[in-house]
Structures are given as structure tokens and as C-alpha cells.
Design a protein around this ligand. Sequence first.
Ligand code: GRG
Length: 286
Amino acid sequence: MQQRLLQIKNMVDQEIDNALKNENPLIDALYKSALYSAAGGKRVRAQLHYLVGALFNVPENKMLKSACAIELIHAASLIMDDLPYMKDSQLRRGKPANHVVFGQDVALLASIGLISKALEQVLADDGLSEAEKNKTVATLSASFGFEGLAAGQFVDLKLKHKNVDVEILKFINHKKTAALFLAGAKAAALLGGADAEKLKAVEEFSTNIGFAFQIVNELLESGGRDSLVGKEGEQEKMNFVKLVGEDKAREYLKTFHSAARKSLTAFGTAADELNLFVDYLIERAL
Ligand code: GRG
């Protein structure tokens, strides 16, 4: 499994490197800023995309551009999240945040460039039919707009502490974190021609994994193990672990984990690899 995950990460790293090659010296710093944040992630969303695709026997070459696209959108969201007028973080992945190195103006433009590149990559993929391109781009687009990252970030930023409850935090985590897990998994299932029932199972599975992943991240941060997430603790912001406490958060984590596993039961042993992956994602916090 570790080898398979590393192989996916390497393929995606290489493809992203190729996608962000620039030949115009005038915009060199813009590309440098984009590559700075597009390089270096764990690539868990891309790995999820590939492993869900495998469940539906999608050929690997059909998933490369979409896997990269998800990671590019993710990278764009990290740049924006760190900006002074968003979460105001100086550190990301253990390094200075994008805007600290390149400036806020460049960082914002780079993140717009990354989102655009993500969708262009899918649309330019000759290995996909027009229908496959449309479905993939529609799924990816939905992940970062009013139904996805932007909505989650908005509520997260504007919410006053006293008004936070579990349901609101679930909304935030659904839109801010689960949205990209869902998009990756759903895009792969659509490429595999999933029927309505299987698509629903994949959607439930990936949303629960997104919830679980967010709690894992918060547990790693709250345990003072920021080096594992490479990010400063956000002392002043409310999150799931702060609201319910570590013990209860671990219970929620288990609940999301088993709900995710349950959604995969219809796939039988074909889902073994996916279940192993999920265990691996969650064990980081245990
Ligand atoms: C329009 C793209 C766009 C975004 C606007 C700024 C914003 C809205 C949303 C921020 C969303 C955000 C940063 C959510 C946090 C998700 C999360 C758990 C990040 C950490 O993911 P990892 O651990 O990171 O996979 P690596 O470093 O491995 O890539």
C-alpha cells in the first residue's frame, strides 16, 4: 500500500511540475509562487481519486489530470487560507506561507492561476471524451464555490465563537475539507460509469472521510504536534476538537470512520485497498 501511495504521489508531483512550466520571463515570479504551493503536499486527495477509480476499473491514464487538478485547487485554497485577511498564517507545511515569500498580491494571483490551470488540464486531456471532461469539470467546479470551499471558509471566518455548535462546525468541515475529498472520489466514480446507488455510496464514503480527516488534523494540531501538519496552531479560532474536547472528538472520528467503511460494504473485497488507505489516514492521529 505504501508503495502504491508513493507511486501516485510521484506521478502527480511530476505532472504538476510539467503543468507549471513557464516560458515567459515577465510572469516568472507568478509561476514560482504557484509552484511553491503546488509542490510538497502529501497528495491524499489525489490518492483517494485513484483508489476510488480503481474500484470502478478506471484506467490510470484517465485519472492523472483530474488527480492533479484536485491538488492544484487544494494548493490554491491553502494559499488563500493563509492570507492576512483570511487566517493570517505565516507558516504552511513547515515553510513560510506563500504570501510571506511572494507578497499578498502575487499569492492571490497565483492561486487564481492554479484554479484555472486545474480546470484547463482536464479540458485539454485527449484521453477523456467530451462527456467525461464535462462531468469532471462540473464536479471539480462545485467543490470550490458556493457549495464548497468558499462557503465553508465564509462561515468559518464570519462565525462568532458564542454561536458555534456541532452542526455549524459540521457544515464548515463539510464545505472546507470534505468538499475536495468528495469531488475527487465522485469524479473518479463518474469516470468509472458508477450507477446512482454506487455513486451515492462513494459520496457518503468520501464525505465521511473528509470529516474524519479534518478531525485528525485538528487532533495533530491540538496535541502540539504542529510539525506533523506544518502549520501554526490557530489559537483564536474555534474548531471541532476545541468545541467538544479531545475524547469526544476521537469518538466522532470513530463514528465518521465506521460510517465511511459501511458505505463501502456493497463493494465487497474490491474495497480492501480503499479501506486500508482510510485506516492509514486516520491512524496518524491515534
Ligand atoms: C476558491 C480555492 C478557493 C478557496 C476559497 C480559502 C478557502 C476558500 C478555503 C480554505 C480551505 C482550507 C484551507 C481547508 C483546510 C483543509 C485541510 C485539512 C488542509 C490540510 O490538508 P493536507 O493535510 O495538506 O492534505 P497537504 O499539505 O498534505 O497538502
